[in-house]
Design a binder for this molecule. Structure first.
Ligand SMILES: CC(C)(COP(=O)(O)OP(=O)(O)OC[C@H]1O[C@@H](n2cnc3c(N)ncnc32)[C@H](O)[C@@H]1OP(=O)(O)O)[C@@H](O)C(=O)NCCC(=O)NCCS
Length: 233
């Protein structure tokens, strides 16, 4: 039902990944084996149900790749909408209309992981949300460093912050606003970025700076943040 797609190149090889394309004629009645639709999505649109199934299929395949010999448990959904991974794993899911991806790592090595896919915004949408997502200097810094236009740069910054949120929320249960962190470094050669929190949030999350990787591919920003566990073996 969901053909395999290229995985976003935003994580080191220790992270297990799986990605699929979502065909336009995908049918939400075609269940994915081992995946139950949560009650919260019973009345969701067909598009949303399909994206849920595509994301969960990616999660199952990514878990199978991470530990081929072990039986794979279901990835449930908590009251905040975050995925609940089987013991010993951390992971993240993202999807848009035509694509879904999941990334999984061992919780011995990682505190959290976040992956995010955002189709590049139109100039109109970018102008509307620019001030909510990033400071003007921040967007320009990213645009200039990576040779992007303002809408591409803003989409990238938005996605970086969403990836960071997905990586930090499940363990911390803490929300933050887009302007609570800032892209302070971007290396277009290595496609790496660093986000820095204001001091109050640095205390909450145990560090001021978090690094990630990005790519712009197929009209979308794709980002990943892996929060390594300190003193990991
Ligand atoms: C949750 C959120 C990150 C989802 O991102 P999105 O771009 O809308 O959608 P994506 O397809 O990329 O990701 C959806 C997946 O994120 C995961 N997710 C949802 N809530 C989550 C949470 N609280 N923590 C971690 N992952 C979460 C789910 O797996 C979901 O897919 P599923 O419902 O099919 O399982 C976003 O909607 C959100 O609420 N952002 C944070 C709020 C905010 O304002 N933050 C400001 C700074 S980032």
């Amino acid at each position: 039902m969901f053909p395999r797609a290229r995985d976003p190149d935003v994580f080191p090889p220790t992270v297990s990944r799986w990605s699929v394309t979502i065909p336009e004629d995908a049918d939400p009645a075609q269940m994915v084996a081992g995946v139950a639709l949560p009650a919260a999505l019973a009345r969701a649109t067909a598009k949303r149900k399909i994206q849920f199934f595509a994301g969960r299929l990616c999660a199952l395949r990514a878990m199978e790749r991470s530990a081929p010999a072990s039986p794979v448990g279901a990835v449930l959904q908590d009251a905040d909408g975050a995925p609940v991974w089987p013991a010993g794993l951390v992971g993240s899911i993202s999807h848009d209309e035509g694509f879904a991806t999941a990334a999984v790592a061992s919780s011995d090595a990682a505190r959290g992981i976040g992956v995010d896919i955002e189709p590049v915004m139109s100039r109109e949408i970018a102008a509307e949300i620019a001030q909510i997502v990033a400071g003007e200097a921040e967007t320009w810094r990213v645009a200039e460093a990576a040779g992007l236009d303002a809408a591409e740069a803003l989409t990238l910054v938005f996605s970086m912050k969403e990836s960071l949120f997905k990586a930090l929320f499940p363990a911390s249960r803490r929300h933050f606003d887009y302007l609570d962190c800032e892209v302070v470094r971007l290396d277009p050669g290595k496609r790496r970025f660093v986000l820095r929190f204001s001091p109050a949030f640095a205390a909450v999350f145990g560090a001021a700076e978090f690094a990630g990787r990005y790519e712009l591919a197929d009209g979308a920003a794709r980002t990943g943040v892996l929060v390594a566990r300190r003193n990991a073996p």
